[in-house]
Design a protein around this ligand. Structure first.
Ligand SMILES: Nc1nc2c(ncn2[C@@H]2O[C@H](COP(=O)(O)OP(=O)(O)O)[C@@H](O)[C@H]2O)c(=O)[nH]1
Ligand SMILES: [Mg+2]
Length: 228
């Protein structure tokens, strides 16, 4: 049985108003980012997932696949370290690292500032790797064209049902680490059905950022959405 904590007297209403104000301000800045991406002719994608699903690995492989054809820039979000931005630069793309400290998500204000430090090439793609977390990033629009949710086969096929906001907000779900399918109890059909229960229109692709299997469909999806 789910137990709701009793609201402290006088606290609940103030908390709700504050949250609404923060989201309204975020939406205003996200609209500004969205207009900027449209003006620049850049496809912005917000990559969301739990920590360790393979976002950065997927990006390094994607950068290699697009090299010489599609300009790529990356904004990396983590609580601490610049490890992921370093990995992206090693893969050959410019990257800006945002450290959120105690924060559990990127917001539109942070992304706007990070964009000031990046050259956004027309016809290119801007990947925004959000803080690994299946909860908070769902609520914050960054101005992206779409959220792409990555879920790996090691996480449990019921995750879309447990964290429905994230999967409802996603345009595309990438099921990663399919090279591990022989070793884990995952059923892709069940995982896909669960994602579609919370988001009937969601697209689902399966791949392995390690072996490269399934990467072609993801790269085609990307290319078909680039500004011309
Ligand atoms: N077996 C396997 N491991 C993967 C795959 N993609 C990522 N990993 C591993 O999963 C771990 C977390 O990957 P990372 O890209 O840092 O995940 P992130 O936290 O979502 O950015 C690393 O040890 C990766 O090597 C995959 O497709 N298959
Ligand atoms: Mg990462």
């Amino acid at each position: 049985m789910a137990v709701e904590p009793a609201p402290a007297a006088g606290v609940t209403s103030r908390t709700i108003v504050l949250e609404r104000d923060i989201l309204a301000e975020n939406d205003r800045l996200a609209a500004r980012n969205r207009a900027r991406f449209a003006d620049a002719g850049v496809l912005a994608l917000n990559l969301v997932s739990s920590p360790g699903s393979g976002k950065t690995t997927l990006l390094t492989r994607t950068i290699a696949a697009l090299a010489g054809t599609v300009p790529v820039a990356v904004i990396e979000g983590d609580q601490q370290t610049s490890n992921d931005a370093d990995r992206i630069r090693e893969a050959g793309a410019p990257a800006v690292q945002i450290n959120t400290g105690k924060g559990c998500h990127l917001d539109a204000h942070m992304v706007g500032h990070a964009c000031d430090q990046l050259e956004l090439a027309r016809g290119g793609v801007l990947f925004i790797e959000n803080v690994g977390n299946l909860v908070c990033p769902a609520a914050f629009d960054l101005g992206e064209a779409a959220k792409v949710a990555i879920v790996s086969v090691t996480e449990g096929d019921d995750k879309p049902l447990k964290y429905p906001d994230m999967f409802a907000a996603a345009r595309l779900v990438l099921v990663n680490k399919i090279d591990l399918l022989p070793y884990v109890d995952s059923d892709i059909a069940v995982l896909t059905a669960n994602a579609r229960r919370v988001n009937p229109a969601v697209e689902v692709m399966v791949l392995s950022a390690r072996s490269g299997e399934g990467m072609d469909a993801w790269i085609s999806w990307l290319k078909s959405r680039l500004a011309t």
